[in-house]
Write a protein that binds this ligand. Structure first.
Ligand code: ZN
Ligand code: ZN
Length: 303
């Protein structure tokens, strides 16, 4: 197997593109794909201020690095939710080697001093749902208060197609209507959101992270409810082996047809939270509801 560009030994075979690359040409290919996704789906420009949530995993760390390398104005934020151990020092080293900023926030500061797991137990809600609420809240707040124009996330092609398959199998119109490479900002206060790695697979992202010696951990959150999505990924990989290119066709085709854009279920009305002003569909946002329940529970405990 030889590199298509320079005929030296290839390190990766990309069957979906009917090609193979050496390490240098793979890195070039990867960066071009990120740039292609950004342009194709009009995600953002070099005048935008981007905020990326880095968890310590390969996708978010790769995204932070590749956007910096491509000359975008990108800042990272690490939200400590206590369910996965993140080596903050390694992320700090990476930040200083790129001369990029790393903000770090402890979720406990928003949960009356409790960890996400403790808080979830107290308000009797799944850990993942409390974790998601807190993360989204912190991301949006940080973006609004500091003038970041776009929130970028490290979802790759495998994440997106498994999500798409799951949503189609269950006819989740609401999710299907919002499963986009980029979502516009809304005036009630949500920033624009974009997923620049959507044209790249898990294998490609992993290879890029390894070749660039990026620090990342393999640890998966123990509370992750991803069992079905892992199964969908497995099934889609089986199909991809027999029919290379299926994942890309599945995803890009879906983005072309805009099938669920105007479905009535996708039009959720947003307003501002009565307590904190955060955009929400109810009178009080999900984080404020969690906090109210926590204060109730803690109050009862004290007596
Ligand atoms: Zn080459
Ligand atoms: Zn609120």
């Amino acid at each position: 197997m030889k590199c298509r560009k320079c005929q030296t030994a290839a390190i990766i075979n990309l069957r979906e593109h009917n090609t193979a690359y050496c390490s240098n040409h793979f890195i070039q290919y990867f960066e071009n794909r990120v740039e292609t996704a950004i342009k194709k789906y009009s995600m953002f420009s070099r005048t935008d201020r981007l905020l990326v949530a880095v968890s310590g995993g390969k996708d978010s760390t790769t995204l932070w690095y590749v956007l910096w390398k491509l000359g975008y104005d990108v800042t990272a934020i690490n939200i400590d939710v206590g369910t996965v151990k993140t080596d903050l020092n390694k992320l700090k080293d990476l930040a200083s080697s790129m001369n990029s900023q790393l903000i770090s926030v402890d979720a406990k500061d928003l949960l009356e001093g409790l960890s996400v797991v403790q808080a979830a137990k107290m308000v009797k809600r799944p850990v993942c749902s409390v974790c998601g609420s807190v993360r989204r809240y912190i991301m949006n707040k940080t973006a609004l208060e500091n003038g970041f124009t776009v929130l970028v996330t490290g979802h790759n092609l495998d994440d997106e197609v498994s999500f798409l398959l799951g949503n189609l199998l269950n006819w989740n119109f609401d999710y299907l209507g919002r499963q986009k490479p980029v979502l516009p900002a809304v005036e009630e206060g949500f920033s624009r959101k974009a997923k620049p790695l959507i044209l790249l697979t898990e294998k490609e992202t992993f290879t890029y992270a390894l070749l660039n010696k990026l620090p990342f951990s393999h640890e998966v959150c123990a509370y992750s409810k991803e069992a079905s999505s892992l199964h969908y990924k497995h099934v889609l990989n089986e199909i991809e082996i027999r029919h290379p290119g299926t994942k890309l066709r599945f995803y890009e085709g879906f983005q072309r047809i805009h099938l669920f854009d105007h479905h009535e279920n996708t039009k959720t009305q947003l307003r501002k939270c009565d307590i904190c002003g955060y955009p929400t569909t109810a009178e009080i946002c999900s984080l404020c509801r969690i906090k109210e329940k926590l204060r109730d529970a803690l109050g009862k405990q004290a007596f």
